[in-house]
Design a protein around this ligand. Sequence first.
Ligand code: ZN
Length: 355
Amino acid sequence: MKAVAVIPKQKDSAQVVDIDTPTISENEVLVKIKLVGLDGTDKEINGGLYGDAPEGEKLLIIGHESLGEVVKTGKSVRTVKSGDMVVATVRRPDDCINCQAGEYDMCLKGAYTERGIKGGHGYLSEYYAEDERFLVKVPKELGDLAVLLEPTSVAEKAIRMAYTAQKRVIWEPETALITGTGSLGLLTAILLRLRGLEVISVDRSDNEYKETIFSELGVTHFNAQKISLHDIPYEMGRQLDLIIEETGSSTVALHAMMIVGINGVVVLTSITGGDTRIQICADCFNQGLVLGNKAVVGSVNAHRKDFEQGITDLLAAEKQWPGLLAKLITGRYDPEEIQEALLSMKDNIKVVIEF
Ligand SMILES: [Zn+2]
């Protein structure tokens, strides 16, 4: 079968390869891939910065945002059947206490694997095999939009982390700021608007296409090249109760901790692999957090329950803003066009590979 694989740590090595179609054991399910979404991690893996092949192998099949159809099930599989549409989760557990309790997004030891990223093949192939425990059945009415479920689950977890942290205080959030308006930022904006929050977004550019999405959602957008982050609460005339940081910039993350309001919470989601150094007033920074009773939480990956909440919310979003989610999928490519597809990500919201 056809698959898209990289030689890990080798720049621009993603290409179509021919490999054996996987066989399934009695707990496993064979899934025929329909769509795979690309994100920054795939780009970094193709850039040679990241990614590990499964033990003893030379190639890593990439892609972790999947949507496929069940075509065959092992004899003890009970939760899905042929014809079901499924999305697979990404991380696979090790033996730590969190993983053993099904909380492998909160892995304590770090010996987990991640399909398409670290030590496990991804889903950019005609078929993949997986244990039924790691598959999430998606309603057919979502159609192609279900390919957005994996990134939605990451946004769901970030929001769940905020609300969980805020059980420390009587908290009735009114205003949220999202820094970064990539596909994750837009999905986060949708989820927070569904929860009834006033949402502000900020990034470093003006994009007419995104403006139409913001206006449909009722999101207020600022261009960070025209306004300082610190001026946003004054410009809006209200404090920021929640900030979800999704720019990929550690500098923006630090500023987010400074501008969040009293009793507020900042959720950090950016993976920042560099070594950026900046000068800050450490006393002011510390004092702001202490006197404001502020909380800062890091959030990565997602729990199975975040995928399940994601399904509920994608359905609700499609009902509230019909056609809006489809506007997020702006590029479609064939597997053979993988390099072109990865390159096109800078001008797109979400690029998908279609099998
Ligand atoms: Zn673990």
